[in-house]
Design a protein around this ligand. Structure first.
Ligand code: HOZ
Length: 427
């Protein structure tokens, strides 16, 4: 039987580079034909061949209340009926800004943009404008979008395709980025001791989700905060993925670490293109039109995206919302580990809030090097076998997974049963 996924992929490759509009969608790392989705509802998605999957990609994070939540759809329809965009201020932008600042006390001021890449790119520029310094520090395997200075030893699609440092980034730009090891507090201290007075900012995923899921060590978080304060550098916590995922107040709320700036995206856009950055008032006031650091966007604060985001932000504040998601993710990772153990397969899994990681290694990795040492071929095999069983995981060993409020206990049980079946036939 002809696969519509295959037909669409072949046609797409004729006019879209690689047949996809973002590299991680291409299945290049796991092999095979990417799925073309036609529909999503709650915890499920359907591909072009009408096959149904339990979805743990959640559009790479945003769909925390599930696909097509009726209240989100209603808010989007209502906003669209009033106008798709004005390129001028709206009351809804003020409302979402107030909501974000209410939920996240670290935000004294916030600006809306359209993508996580824009948020991180601008946060870096702002840190440089504020400090008058050029050098930035990032960590290997962390991904902060695809702007030039951040595509150096990056995670996500860049890592998946073995090009963590992109061609096309001038050496002069990449040279301003110092890359250190994630979770290595001593390495960070050494770097600051050597050139701390040149550092504009440290940017980090406080829970890393773009080299699979890596949890931060306490001493690493503390070292970043203390060293940035001591040397006058800006600490940027990139919560595009972890924001509203690890918990209502993101990873920095969970771990109790105070950022100077944070970046947000994904969940706060409710599935549409809305993102933000914000933090300390004295830094944010350096932004145009108040200050000399320029940033702009025709679609920034788009009313339809804001409606989706605002409604999602209201939904995630329902009592017990994060407790339930945390339990679901824990149930799933514990269940997966149990069936892997039963079949004698070196496997580990862990979760934090609604984010989870699965690894073909005996213990959960704590660093980029340990992630790289896990069995990527085993993951690829697992990915395809689970896909056959109707479970859609991220098509790369270097991505985190997500549960949503639409996932039921039965979905988790079905996923564990699928893994049991896959591992039983593993030899
Ligand atoms: N941060 C997302 C996954 N790690 C990006 C998705 C994409 O690159 O399309």
């Amino acid at each position: 039987m002809t696969s519509h996924n295959q037909e669409l992929f072949e046609a797409s490759q004729q006019i879209i580079p690689g047949g996809v509009n973002s590299p991680v969608r291409a299945f290049k790392s796991v092999g095979g034909t990417p799925l073309f989705f036609k529909r999503g509802l709650g915890a499920y998605v359907w591909d072009a061949d009408d096959k149904q999957y339990i979805d743990y990609v959640n559009s790479w994070g945003p769909m925390i209340v599930g696909h097509c939540h009726p209240e989100v759809v209603k808010a989007v329809q209502a906003a669209a009926a009033e106008g798709l965009g004005f390129g001028a201020p709206t009351a809804a932008e003020l409302e979402i800004a107030e909501e974000l600042c209410k939920i996240l006390p670290s935000l004294e001021m916030v600006r809306l943009v359209s993508s996580g890449t824009e948020a991180t790119m601008t946060a870096i520029r702002l840190a440089r404008g504020f400090t008058g310094r050029s050098r930035i520090i990032k960590f290997e395997g962390c991904y902060h979008g695809h702007s030039d200075g951040l595509l150096v030893k990056a995670g996500s699609g860049a890592l998946t395709f073995g090009q963590p440092s992109s061609s096309g980034v001038p050496a002069e730009i990449a040279g301003l980025t110092t890359v250190l090891d994630y979770n290595d507090a001593a390495g960070l201290e050494k770097a600051f001791a050597e050139f701390g007075n040149e550092v504009a900012c440290v940017i980090v995923e406080p829970v890393a989700g773009n080299m699979n899921l890596i949890l931060p060590k306490r001493e690493f978080l503390d070292a970043m905060r203390n060293l940035c304060t001591e040397y006058g550098a800006v600490l940027i916590l990139d919560e595009v993925m972890s924001g509203f995922r690890v918990g209502l107040q993101g990873a920095h709320g969970h771990f109790g670490i105070k950022p100077d700036l944070i970046t947000l995206g994904k969940v706060m856009g409710g599935g549409l293109p809305a993102a933000a950055f914000g933090g300390r008032r004295d830094i944010m006031q350096c932004l145009a039109p108040l200050g000399a650091v320029y940033q702009a966007g025709t679609l920034s604060g788009n009313p339809v995206a804001v409606a989706a985001g605002l409604t999602t932000l209201k939904l995630v504040q329902a009592p017990g919302f994060y407790e339930r998601l945390t339990q679901l993710a824990k149930d799933m990772t514990e269940g997966l580990c149990a069936v892997a153990k039963k079949h004698g397969i070196p496997f580990s899994a862990q979760s934090i809030g609604s984010m989870f990681g699965v690894y073909f290694s005996a213990t959960a990795p704590t660093s980029y090097a340990e992630v790289m040492a896990s069995d990527k071929e085993a993951f690829n095999r697992f990915f395809h076998a689970m896909l056959d069983e109707g479970v859609y995981l991220a098509p790369s060993a270097f991505e985190a997974g997500f549960v949503s409020a639409a996932h039921s206990d039965a979905d988790i049980a079905a996923t564990i049963a699928a893994a049991d079946k896959v591992f039983a036939a593993w030899k």
